[in-house]
Design a protein around this ligand. Structure first.
Ligand SMILES: CCCCCCCC(=O)CC(=O)SCCNC(=O)CCNC(=O)[C@H](O)C(C)(C)COP(=O)(O)OP(=O)(O)OC[C@H]1O[C@@H](n2cnc3c(N)ncnc32)[C@H](O)[C@@H]1OP(=O)(O)O
Ligand SMILES: NC(=O)C1=CN([C@@H]2O[C@H](COP(=O)(O)OP(=O)(O)OC[C@H]3O[C@@H](n4cnc5c(N)ncnc54)[C@H](O)[C@@H]3O)[C@@H](O)[C@H]2O)C=CC1
Length: 284
């Protein structure tokens, strides 16, 4: 797998594209319009510049990585890819339509189509294609260049050789740690993480504690790198809401029900750090 496509260059797509390009792969990134493409390109450039400033990457290597990345708004440019990783917005209809489009344009019969969805059933995306056995979940964590984990999610239709191929790419080429998850709501990590993040929002919403105290509690009491309210902002509140809705719709478990405050924040356009404002309002 040398030729990689990434669909969506928001927070995760740009991070995944950066990881793949740094690993020496040829990467084409597709988003829906020039504005989104420009934002993704800028995000990757900023991340690579930061690595140069911190002495983790040479300027020459940064330039080589940037030149192995191409950006497009035309999905047909992904025709020759060996692997396409879908990282579009957490919306089932958008993702199904991306998979149907990929099925129509990606030509190699052994190509793999992967989804970075946080919560949605992989089998539904598989069924949007004529090759459901070639569809798998590759769930990276945010920020993708930093977090080691990739959850490999097999649907009931995924072929074993597809699972082996993406695991070996994630571990041997991208340098990630993998775990195997079944195609169940929230897979492994988010099944555990979502109730925690939503509980923090409920605690804040109830007036029981301030944002700062909730976060300071988990950072200083449990050695988390950031507290849950900052983490909600990092993930993106629109994405957090979509994940909660999706897992709650399937499980009916009240632990996954989105708090009203979360919906209102999204209604207001406060989508977290990426939008400059979420629960916190100190993002420059
Ligand atoms: C309710 C429903 C919700 C469910 C949501 C589920 C969403 C999903 O599907 C799954 C997920 O991804 S869940 C999120 C998982 N991520 C986390 O938990 C992040 C926790 N935070 C951290 O790791 C650090 O605070 C963090 C790394 C972010 C920042 O660390 P620091 O505070 O120490 O900041 P820095 O000193 O600036 O950075 C440390 C090192 O990391 C590098 N770095 C940071 N951000 C980066 C970025 N965006 N891109 C590339 N590199 C980045 C930074 O350069 C530095 O590297 P070193 O120089 O080697 O130390
Ligand atoms: N934000 C997070 O912490 C994590 C998110 N994820 C998952 O990754 C996926 C992307 O999330 P983010 O990058 O955070 O979202 P984001 O909102 O930052 O970016 C989504 C991108 O998808 C693009 N997009 C929408 N429709 C598209 C289409 N039809 N074709 C191509 N691009 C399209 C948007 O223009 C946008 O640039 C979601 O499935 C999310 O659940 C997975 C792990 C962590």
């Amino acid at each position: 797998m040398q030729l990689i496509g990434v669909v969506g260059c928001g927070l995760m797509g740009s991070g995944i594209a950066e990881v793949a390009a740094k690993a020496g792969l040829d990467v084409i990134v597709r988003d829906i319009n020039e504005q989104a493409v420009d934002a993704g390109r800028a995000r990757i450039g900023k991340s690579l510049n930061r690595a140069v400033e911190r002495g983790k990457l040479t300027a020459e290597r940064r330039d080589a990585v940037l030149s192995s990345l191409r950006f497009t708004t035309d999905i047909s440019e992904l025709a020759d890819r060996d692997l396409v990783i879908e990282a579009a917005s957490e919306n089932e209809e958008i993702k199904k339509s991306v998979f149907a489009d990929l099925d129509a344009v990606v030509t190699k019969p052994d190509a793999v189509l992967a989804s970075n969805t946080s919560s949605m059933p992989i089998v539904r995306f598989a069924k949007a294609t004529s090759r459901p056995e070639r569809v798998v979940g590759m769930h990276f964590f945010n920020p993708a260049p930093v977090q080691p984990l990739v959850e490999i999610v097999s649907s009931v239709l995924t072929a074993p050789d597809v699972v082996d191929a993406v695991r070996s790419l994630a571990e041997d080429v991208l340098g990630k740690v993998t775990i195997s998850a079944q195609d169940r709501p929230g897979f492994i990590v988010n099944a555990l993480l979502v109730p925690y993040l939503l509980s923090a929002i409920r605690m804040y919403e109830s007036g029981a504690a301030s944002l700062e105290d909730i976060d300071a509690g988990m950072v200083n009491g449990c050695a988390h790198p950031m507290g849950p309210m900052r983490l909600n902002d990092l993930v993106g509140l629109d994405t957090t809401l979509a994940i909660a809705k999706s897992v709650h719709a399937e499980t009916g478990d009240p632990a996954y029900a989105p708090p009203v405050l979360l919906s209102r924040m999204v209604d207001a356009g406060f989508h977290g750090k990426k939008a400059g404002r979420g629960f916190y309002n100190d993002y420059s």
